[in-house]
Design a protein around this ligand. Structure first.
Ligand code: ADP
Ligand code: ASP
Ligand code: MG
Length: 595
């Protein structure tokens, strides 16, 4: 008999009528012959209300008590849903995270799932019940209640689907699927039939709030197909699976992280080990950093900039405060009025000019770009917050995201051409010795024979990045990583990019032309560098990856010249003669996580 996990989010159980509707949907599935496990979130905005209550009592409530409080939201809704099912003549049992044996680590408010005991759920299902499990919560080894982070019920649902070997994992929500961008922000956003795990993982981590990003890590790792659909209809929605919708579209979605903050550590001595100190202090607070850029100065000092979620700025600044002296840095600045606009697409890995198109779209919307970072399937630009919506609209339009790509496939078409179905039991068995959400790495690899070009004194003006990268593209040069640092006191910044070693001369020639045209200060080129990549799943949220990587490189005296991070890869650019040593060290350090 097939098993379905049906998750209902907050808006889908916001009042008693909606609770009844959710109950009816589950009963219909059961009557259609499925075993049904529901995962339910807190009613409506109840989690926010609880957070607000706590803030009225204390500025910094103990994390343990916070989780104790927040978990009550889900406890209310599971009980009401089970009652609704009873009132309709079917059998249901509600269970808390602890009662489904959902064990987590003890990092309150961001707990990671270690294991789930399926025995009780199976017995209740065997006895003909609909099991109504509380989302978002678990217990640690000391039986403390923990929560998984905002939006974490998605992760509970996908985790349950994985360990139960469910045939389907439905995410019932207030939109009828995944859109090319948040439909609440952009009316022209298009619902997609299919999106790949990798794309959804990046989009979710870059602000697409429709799915908790950790739920997608889980889905990818355990090969769980996810069906995102409306709670309020029986229409099909979007399938999140291994394959993308289109093989050719360079970009499949855009996302906005409105509440982002930029932090710059000024005048960091440019010697090995400094990045490690900075990022391990921040990782120790479990804060995920993004858009890491170092502006390597000529004076032996560098400015290191990065972004964090706005809500984590205070914690981040406090962590830096503690290490400034030992770093020998000059100081820290920050900007909390910025937003991050990103585009994501598996297709961009093989296409030139995607970055240039994004920069051009922003220039035409008169949006100044503060910082740029790229990785294999995403490009992010930091923009002024008051222009965030225009920026999102501009890039959405530039990549025609409102139009279905001509080669787009439906899920049925993809399924038909792909005979092999994932064997969930096999995957679960393969990974069974690990904690369920343990770090999983797939590869540590190097790309040798790279070169870097750096332009200094790049004026802080609309359109400069667009001009630069269009001109480089026109010269037929394939650019891999691009970083643009934050514009400092003098209103200028530096831009670095990597190219194949063989293209260095040509790239420098174009760079010198650009330098003259825009009155920049200088062009520098470096050859003999290598890109070292650690690949895996959920690398940004597993903050220890960066820490271990920097620790290893620092202890071997290896200087990191450029960094690019994503959910799928952490890339660093280092000197080629040190690359072999670096790769060996990392393989040892990460041996346990490499699968
Ligand atoms: P739930 O309470 O069901 O978990 P959420 O509010 O967490 O629902 O997620 C659904 C919301 O996500 C939608 O209402 C939509 O505004 C937002 N959203 C953000 N990005 C996207 C996207 N790319 N596609 C669809 N919805 C999105
Ligand atoms: N109720 C929790 C929240 O609002 C978990 C969830 O809805 O997924 O974050
Ligand atoms: Mg949600």
């Amino acid at each position: 008999m097939s098993l379905i996990v049906q998750k209902f989010g907050g808006t889908s159980v916001a009042d008693t009528e909606k609770i009844r509707a959710a109950a009816r949907k589950a009963i219909r599935a059961q009557k259609a012959g499925h075993r049904v496990v529901m995962v339910v979130s807190a009613m409506g905005k109840n989690t926010d209300t609880l957070l607000d209550l706590a803030s009225q009592i204390s500025d910094e409530p103990p994390a343990r008590e916070m989780d104790m409080l927040l978990s009550t939201g889900e406890q209310v809704s599971v009980a009401l849903v089970a009652m609704a099912i009873h009132s309709m003549g079917s059998k249901a049992v509600s269970l808390t995270g602890g009662q489904i044996g959902l064990k987590t680590d003890n990092s309150f408010s961001k707990a990671r799932i270690q294991s789930i005991d399926t025995g009780r759920i199976e017995r209740l299902l065997d006895a003909g019940n609909i099991v109504v499990a509380a989302g978002f919560q678990g217990i640690d080894d000391d039986l403390n209640i923990t929560t998984l982070g905002r939006g974490g019920s998605d992760t509970t649902a996908v985790a349950l689907a994985a360990v139960l070997g469910a045939d389907a994992c439905e995410i019932n929500t207030d939109v009828d699927g995944v859109y090319t961008t948040d439909p609440r922000l952009l009316a022209e956003a298009r619902r997609v039939d299919v999106i790949s795990y990798d794309e959804m993982l990046e989009l979710a981590s870059l602000g697409a709030g429709v799915m908790h990003s950790r739920s997608i890590e889980f889905a990818k790792k355990f090969e769980v197909p996810i069906h995102v659909r409306s709670s309020f209809s029986d229409q099909d929605g979007t399938m999140i699976v291994a394959q993308p919708e289109s093989e050719t579209a360079p970009v499949s979605g855009a996302a906005l992280t409105r509440d982002e903050a930029r932090v710059t550590v000024l005048g960091v001595p440019d010697v090995p080990g400094m990045s490690q100190k900075i990022f391990s202090a921040i990782a120790a607070q479990k804060v995920a950093v993004d858009m890491v850029v170092q502006n390597v100065g000529t004076s032996g000092k560098a400015d290191v900039s990065f972004t964090v979620a706005g809500g984590e700025l205070k914690k981040t600044l406090a962590a830096l405060e503690g290490i400034l002296d030992s770093l020998g840095a000059d100081g820290v600045t920050h900007d909390d009025q910025v937003s991050k606009v990103s585009v994501v697409g598996l297709g961009m890995a093989h296409q030139k000019a995607v970055a240039a198109s994004m920069f051009r779209a922003l220039a035409e919307a008169n949006v100044n770009i503060h910082m740029i970072t790229t990785s294999e399937i995403k490009i992010s630009c930091l923009v002024p917050r008051d222009q965030a919506n225009e920026a999102l609209r501009a890039v959405h339009e530039a990549f025609s995201l409102d139009q279905r790509p001509s080669d787009a496939k439906t899920w049925n078409e993809i399924k038909a051409s792909n005979a092999k179905e994932a064997d969930v039991a096999d995957v679960v068995a393969r990974l069974q010795n690990d904690a369920l959400e343990a770090l999983t790495l797939t590869d540590i690899s190097i790309v040798p024979a790279q070169a870097r070009v750096t332009l200094d004194g790049v004026p802080d003006q609309v359109g400069v990045a667009a001009d630069m990268f269009e001109q480089i593209g026109e010269a037929g040069i394939f650019v891999d990583m691009i970083v643009q640092g934050y514009d400092g006191e003098d209103g200028s910044t530096s831009v670095s990019f990597t190219v194949e070693q063989a293209d260095l001369d040509a790239a420098q020639k174009v760079a010198r032309e650009i330098c003259g045209k825009h009155s920049m200060r200088d062009v520098r080129g470096a050859s003999g560098i290598t890109k070292l990549s650690v690949s895996g799943i959920g690398l940004r949220s597993h903050t220890q990856v960066g820490t271990v990587l920097f620790e290893q490189l620092a202890s071997a005296g290896i200087n990191v010249e450029m960094i690019a991070t994503s959910e799928l890869q952490v890339n660093v650019v280092i000197q080629s003669d040190q690359a072999g040593d670096a790769a060996t060290r990392l393989k040892q350090a990460f041996a346990e996580a490499l699968h």
